[in-house]
Write a protein that binds this ligand. Structure first.
Ligand code: HEM
Length: 414
């Protein structure tokens, strides 16, 4: 089995024996997703059996068409049977993680999703816009007088974290704690380590938080959840705490990585950054292209519930399937010239929020709203942006995330 301690270079990718590639080897993700390798897989082996060192292999999908088909067929491709990460017991035993929304199948999934969906309707999210703008402006104010900053640490990390914590009613003083938990869970997914204890701590924290919010004078998300019913029964504090936990985990790193990856792409394509500053009406389209390009979650998994085929390849009941969104998002069969970052595209299609179907990202409106405000506020106030140090990536096959984006710029204006 190939085991690259460093990511394979251009020549090595062309010579790699695809049969031996194990994408759970984090060496492939040292510099971000292995786009060249994914390109070979899309052409030569779009539905490919991935052997892995621990003997638990999986099918790798790299074509958008196959990922979309699997996402939209939850009866054949279950989230509940084997979970949504590379291995069934990633971060905690399946019997625990099955309490989380993304691990449920219909009919349970449909009932629970309906409850939380209300909190994320476009009109509810639009109401948050002023608060998001204040948070972004507050972060820009901390850069006053500076001509160098790290866009990850100073903007990309704190903005979504603060937005989520306000949405949940967490005090700002607890933000570091939420951040630590998110990182511990993320690294648990990447390294397949147990995080049952972290989930327990989060559960206890959120149970106390929702209890404090009950019956207050401000209408909170916790109130909305307390008033909701599943099968005629209201949710208990543990179920609400789980919803809170999932939102912190799902809504934090993803938006952060999209903004950071988008800013990197814009700075590396200065004509497009200038265009966006001059023509802010392009922001909605630019966001879709950034989502496609930065694609912050590399994959989610499913398990086949019966013998089936994907792209003409036989899949046996019980086998796991990993949908590489990052690879599908560079598939020119879905979008022409997929290898080019171009905010002027007419219809920038992507599968960054999933391939459609019942689990499609619940936070998509919120993420788009946050990204809109970020693009409306940051580029017009940070001029002469240039990358002035090493851009570093999280070593993860799951999260496609920058850990540092050092830049120079003129002092914040406006
Ligand atoms: C750019 C930002 C984001 C990206 C790229 C993203 C991506 C995704 C993806 C790929 C899925 C799985 C889709 C599937 O299995 O078909 C998902 C599910 C989910 N996302 Fe997001 N997400 C983002 C932001 C957010 C935010 C801000 C929240 C909430 C605060 C959120 C909450 C959720 C939830 C609750 C689910 C599970 C939905 C279900 O299983 O029914 N996400 N997201």
């Amino acid at each position: 089995m190939s085991s690259p301690t460093v990511p394979p270079g251009h020549r090595e990718v062309a010579q790699l024996d695809l049969e031996s590639v194990d994408l759970t080897d984090l060496g492939y993700f040292e510099d971000g997703p292995p786009h060249e390798l994914f390109a070979r897989m899309r052409t030569e082996a779009p539905v490919r059996w991935n052997p892995s060192a621990d003997g638990v292999g999986f099918w790798s999908l790299t074509r958008a068409e196959d990922i979309i088909a699997v996402s939209r067929d939850p009866e054949t491709f279950s989230s509940e049977t084997g979970g949504v990460w590379a291995r069934p017991d990633t971060i905690a035993p399946l019997e625990f993680t099955r309490n989380l929304l993304m691990f449920k199948d219909a009919p349970e999934h449909t009932k629970y999703r309906k409850i939380i969906q209300r909190a994320f309707l476009p009109r509810t999210v639009t109401r948050l816009e002023d608060e998001i703008r204040d948070i972004v402006r507050g972060r820009l104010a901390t850069l006053a007088g500076k001509t160098e900053s790290d866009l990850v640490a100073e903007i990309a990390v704190p903005v979504p974290l603060t937005v989520i914590s306000r949405l949940l009613g967490s005090p700002d003083d607890d933000i570091d704690r939420l951040m630590q938990w998110t990182e511990q869970l993320g690294s648990g997914v990447t390294h397949n380590e147990d995080r049952t204890q972290v989930l327990g701590e989060m559960g206890q924290y959120f149970a106390e938080l929702v209890a404090r919010q009950r019956g207050g004078d401000r209408e909170t998300l916790a109130d909305a959840l307390f008033n909701a019913e599943v099968d005629g029964k209201t949710l208990n504090e543990i179920e609400i705490a789980l919803f809170f936990g999932i939102l912190v985990f799902a809504g934090n790193d993803t938006t952060r990585s999209t903004f950071a990856g988008g800013m990197q792409a814009l700075i590396e394509n200065p004509d497009q950054l200038d265009l966006l500053r001059r023509e802010p009406q392009r922001i909605p389209n630019a966001i879709e292209e950034i989502l496609r390009w930065a694609s912050p979650l590399n994959f989610f998994a499913r398990t086949a519930t019966r013998d089936t085929t994907i792209g003409g390849v036989d899949i046996a009941a019980g086998e796991r399937i990993i949908m590489w969104y990052t690879a599908g998002n560079r598939d020119s069969a879905m979008i022409p010239n997929a290898e080019v970052f171009d905010i002027t595209r007419d219809k920038p299609t992507h599968i960054a929020f999933g391939g459609g179907g019942p689990h499609f990202c619940l936070g998509a409106h919120l993420a788009r709203r946050e990204l809109t405000v970020l693009l409306e506020e940051v580029p017009p106030r940070l001029h002469d942006l240039a990358i002035n140090g090493p851009v570093t990536h999280l070593r993860s096959h799951w999260a496609n995330s920058l850990t540092s984006l050092p830049v120079s710029h003129r002092p914040v204006s406006g």
